[in-house]
Ligand binder design. Sequence first.
Ligand code: MD6
Ligand code: FE
Length: 216
Amino acid sequence: MFTGELFPNPWVLPNEQLGPHAWVLRGCALPHVAEILVAVAAIESASPFRHMLTPGGHTMSVALTNCGALGWTSDRQGYRYSATDPLTGQAWPAMPAALLRLAREAAAQAGFGQFTPDACLINRYAPGARMSLHQDRNEQDFSAPIVSVSLGMPATFLFGGRQRSDPVSKVTLVHGDVAVWGAGDRLRFHGVAPLKDKPHPLLGSQRINLTFRKAA
Ligand code: MD6
Ligand code: FE
């Protein structure tokens, strides 16, 4: 049960609204960290983190894996969702029930009922890793929101507008924060500034981000 309303945690920042349909739910994942980490360990033992190639031929600084029916992949041919892990030739690990529950709970808190993600991209950042400004537009259906869980070291999240040239605001995402956005905010440009090395007590010098989407 989420008890944040009845027993506000003074160590957690207040929720932040980034747009009409975009929220940072502070500490929303904190009650679930242990089960998320168990799930990630099982997923990476079947489908390890790896650095993918961009269509432009660069190696991504972020290492990634996936769980769920579909997984986000990148290579010289482009970005796409695939039912199989190109590294193993097998299906991606199934989405653990605990992750699905957390994603649905967070989506509902941000005003998106009935969220049924079929894809969970798991990004792992080492110090210096970054994510350049992009839109999430490889999904079939932009009516579903995106739910993004941050664990480990803090990151500076860059949140722009619908045009690449729009002004970008910065928001710090810390361990346990969940960002949710959809509807009119679904196609806003966003990214992550190069990660500073501020070792986290539980996860050390890394940041893990889980991003749930409805891809098909
Ligand atoms: C990250 N996140 O936080 C990268 N995309 O590591 C994303 O690219 C992202 O957090 C869409 C919605 C939420 C996100
Ligand atoms: Fe994204």
